[in-house]
Design a protein around this ligand. Structure first.
Ligand SMILES: [Zn+2]
Length: 396
């Protein structure tokens, strides 16, 4: 057994105990017991004394592209699948090192390196976070999306959608990623415009739910978001211009939510690591105030808001807490809600809340330790955690 001594708990992220402080027993990769501090346990045990530091569930990033490691798009496009798989491993390990114990990859090269990576991690061949792969993104023909190269499978009509959804699941996808609106980054694209038809989205939703899975959709514009939500998608990625009427429809529902990605927007506007995309920076700047207003409005509703970043590995390395910082400074969300978004809310959207997302007996021992109290002061999360534990093993 591995015993974490003198842990401070975050009430909103800890379940099944009334303790605010205590010892946590990890066994066989899971949380086995939460006990009062100083409890004597039988046998030879490994221990880590947290000395009053805060124990939290591991963080979840629901919107990453793990192949996004090399700084030149041309180099990414020309990489062979094995090279991409090693790049994905490098990014995934970087994420784990800074406390992301679960990463959902929402758009991979057609050769599916993240499926291979996800399996290799599960089998213990390499160390990494839990990786949840979508395989290629299913996207209709749209101006500029060619620049995304091999991460897209083009889809026209429900019959083709049916074939490609089945094909992605056959290749090992855990869920389906659709491209439902224009793009901030694609040259000449209009992010406000819906590019998928309702019958196409519904076909993907139907086939995914047959497999107990779901659809995530890239959608910036209000119409694209609304049609997607009413067609049964589970997560709306970016959700930049979500409307009041869509939010009213979503109010109180737990089968759908949004995954804002402020970090990538910020990166685009600052043009950090995106030197190819001056046009995209301009487009993003024009939408900025509107996006902030819409995402602030979303917070006034009883909806699930998950955690996403969508950034290049270099951005994560330079500023691991960027998304925390932006949700605080731009959106002015309450600290405790920001923490829930990065953990339990995302676990719910992933349909994994019985496995991850809170400190609870029976769940995976995916945990982080931070110095200070993140509920009082969210800037605690702007730095990497002091310790990261995945499935009961101390990573750092
Ligand atoms: Zn993305």
């Amino acid at each position: 057994m591995f015993i974490l001594r003198n842990c401070k708990f975050v009430e909103a992220l800890t379940e099944g105990t009334s303790l605010a402080f205590g010892d946590v027993v990890l066994k066989d990769g899971r949380i086995a017991e939460i006990a009062p501090a100083g409890t004597v346990f039988e046998g030879e045990n490994e221990e880590l004394d947290l000395k009053g530091a805060t124990l939290m569930p591991g963080l979840i990033d629901m919107h990453v592209h793990l192949f996004y490691v090399r700084s030149s798009q041309a180099e990414i496009l020309l990489s062979n699948p094995a090279t991409l798989a090693f790049d994905c491993l490098k990014y995934a390990q970087q994420l784990l090192h800074i406390g992301i114990t679960t990463a959902r990859d929402v758009g991979d090269d057609k050769s599916c390196p993240t499926v291979a990576l996800s399996n290799a991690i599960k089998e213990g061949i390499v160390v990494g976070p839990r990786v949840i792969p979508s395989g290629a993104t299913l996207c209709p023909h749209e101006a500029g999306v060619e620049y995304m190269g091999n991460i897209l499978e083009y889809v026209e009509g429900p019959i083709e959608m049916r074939r490609l959804v089945r094909s992605n699941f056959q290749k090992g996808a855990a869920f389906i990623k659709l491209y439902g609106s224009g793009s901030m980054m694609a040259p000449g694209s209009d992010p406000g415009v819906r590019i998928l038809e309702e019958d196409e989205i519904r076909e993907a939703v139907k086939l995914a739910s047959l497999r107990g899975s779901y659809v995530a959709i890239h959608a910036h514009g209000a119409d694209a978001i609304d049609v997607a939500v009413r067609s049964g998608v589970r997560t709306v990625e970016h959700a930049s211009l979500i409307s009041e009427s869509t939010l009213q429809y979503m109010d109180g529902r737990t089968d759908v939510g949004i995954v804002p990605t402020l970090a990538v927007m910020h990166g685009l506007m600052e043009s950090e690591n995106y030197t190819d995309f001056a046009e995209a920076a301009d487009r993003t700047r024009k939408l900025r105030d509107n996006v902030i207003a819409c995402l602030k409005n979303a917070y006034r509703h009883d909806i699930l808001i998950g955690w996403g970043t969508d950034v290049h590995m270099a951005t994560y390395q330079q500023n691991p807490g960027l998304e925390f910082q932006l949700r605080k400074e731009y959106l002015e969300y309450a600290n405790v809600d920001i923490l829930k978004q990065a953990t339990i809310n995302s676990a719910k959207l992933l349909m994994m809340e019985d496995q991850i997302g809170s400190v609870k007996v029976g769940k995976f021992a995916d945990l982080i330790v931070v110095e200070g109290d993140p509920v009082e002061d969210i800037s605690v999360m702007y730095q990497p955690p002091a310790h990261v534990i995945k499935e009961g093993k101390l990573i750092r």
